[in-house]
Every structure is written in structure tokens, then in C-alpha cells.
Design a protein around this ligand. Sequence first.
Ligand SMILES: [Fe+2]
Ligand SMILES: [Fe+2]
Length: 375
Amino acid sequence: MNAPKHSAYADTAEEAIAAQDALDGPEMTSEMATEVAMQNTLLTPRFYTTDFDEMDAIDVSPVREDWDQLIAGMKADPNKGHFKKTDEWEANWEGMDPALKAEFIDFLISSCTAEFSGCVLYKEMKRRGSNTDITTLFQLMARDEARHAGFINDALREAGIRVNLGFLTQQKKYTYFRPKFIYYATYLSEKIGYARYITIFRHLEAHPDKRFHPIFQWFREWCNDEFSHGEAFALLMKTDPKLTESFSNKLWIKFFLTAVYSTMWVRDHQRPLFHEALGVDVTWYGQEVFRKTSEISKQVFPFTLDIEHKRWRPNLDRMERASVQIAKAKARGGLVGMVSRLTGMAKAGIAFVSVLTIPSIPNDVPDSPVMVPAY
Ligand SMILES: [Fe+2]
Ligand SMILES: [Fe+2]
């Protein structure tokens, strides 16, 4: 395989990864970044595997028209070449406050891992499948995620850091999820990814002085990719009404919505300096991202979470405090550490159940889920 071109121009995930690998010299300190990316906790991005045969058997005929349009749009590849530095790129790592730098690097590593997690799953589906509709979609999505991960690695490389993508593929633990859980979780992570990137982008459009790193300038096209990926999962769910209409699946959807939202809340609140530098109130940001994601998810989910309910925010905050307690207890170790960790876990569990049992808001799902990015 030739890999001289930059990952931004790669037509497949494999090409993009090879191009990234070719850029990394021995001077890069990849251990720290890869170590962070290797972590598997409730809060860190995971790698997934699934029943690929079951996914390969999906028949997209019920959504054929919307499907063909979406795939044509992705094949047209409007963002080819976008995920590459230009003259506009001026990163000032030296001038960055060290504590902010640490949080920002953590943000980049975790984003890179999340992007790459999508790439690995999609690439594998493409490799294992024989259903052309499905393999075409997954190959296109894997291409996009590899470009995204590659671009973040470009940014990290300037700080002397890289995430070793090849190593991660081979060594990171994979979590098995049944296909329907992959749909719920991945659909949500694509749409929440869109909402996160566009909210930051719009905020910085209004406050350009807060743009402390050039990568945020790339977020608009970036989130449009994520938006299309989310559309694909919405269509996949539409092929089988049971997935969103049966009683037990509705419970699962509620569980995934609650888990994805609360994980984001807890993780973001652990990066105070990053949000302060952006001039973003992290609590406002969280609620705003939930609001956008909920609005979008009405395209396919028969209800949304009540994020204005009186039990909502206090319990997200409880989970956040509990997670700080758990982290401290882990670091402390010993019997006292263990007791504190267990009580922390119990507190987090109670708060999660309290949020999970908030009555949801019903929604009439439209016949065709198709949406365009509107924020
Ligand atoms: Fe992505
Ligand atoms: Fe994506």
C-alpha cells in the first residue's frame, strides 16, 4: 500500500492510518498518550465489537430512497482534504498555561480515541460483511473517522505526543455489544458529537478571542460528518420498527440516553480549565448539548429525556462528585480507599437510578427520519 498522501485525502481508513503511521518518527513520546488511550473505565472511550453477521443481514429496502441519498452524499465526499493543517493553523503550545495544556491534551487524546474507536468498529464491519449496502456505508464512515483521528494526531504531534493507532487496534480491550446496543450507543455518540462540536464552533464564532487553539476552526465540517453518520444509524434503526417501539427496547433506549448524557456531564466537569479558556460555562454547555441532541433524536426515538426535571441536574452533579470520590479513593488505595470507593460507587448508582426513573417526554416519530444539520 502506498501511503505518501496525507490522511485527509485518504479514500479508505487503511490508507489514512498508514499515512499517519508514516508521519511518526522515533522522537515522538507515544507512551503517555497511548497509555491514556488504553484506559478502560466507565468514563473513557471504549472499543466495541459486535455480531457482524447479524448486522450484515440488515435489509435497507424499507428506507431505500433515503438510504441511497445519504450514501450518494457521503460518496461525493465534500470534506476530502479538509482535515489537514492550512496557513490558518497557528498553534501556540509554548504560550499555553501548563495546567490548561494538560487538560487540553487529555481532551485531544480522549477525542482521538473516540474517533478511532468508531473507525475500528466500522472498518471491521466493512471487512466482515458481504451485504454491499452495509459494507459501503461502513467503509465510508471508517474513512471519515480515520481522517478525524489522524487530524487530532497531527495536532498532538506538535506537542510532541501521538496516539499509536496501530498499537491501540491490537492491544486495547474490545467490549462486546449486541447490534441493537451498537445502534443506540453509536447513533447517540454520533449525534452528541455533532451537538458538541457545533456548540463550541458557534460559541467561538461569537467569541473569536477565546479560540486558544486552531483545531476549533475545523469543527463545522467535522460535525457535519458526524451528523451524516448519525443519519445512517437512524435509517438502520428505521429498517426494523421493533428496535424503537417495543417495550423492552424503549427501556434500553432510555438507559443509553441516560448513560451517554451523564457520562458526558461527568467527564466535561472534570475539565474546568479547558472550558474556562473557551469562555464556556460547562453546566450551560452540557444542557445546551443535551437540548440539541434531544431535538435531533426525535427523528427516531419515541421520547426524549426531561432535562428540565427537578431531579435531573442535582443528580448529575451527585454523579460527578461521586466520580471524583472514586478517583481519589482509587489513588489512595488500602482499606480506607476501598471503603470510600465502594460508597462512591453506591452514591453514583443511586443518583443514576434517580435520573433514569424521571418520566420521559413522549414524541411522535416522523415516517422519514431525514434531517439536515441546522445548528
Ligand atoms: Fe468522527
Ligand atoms: Fe462519526
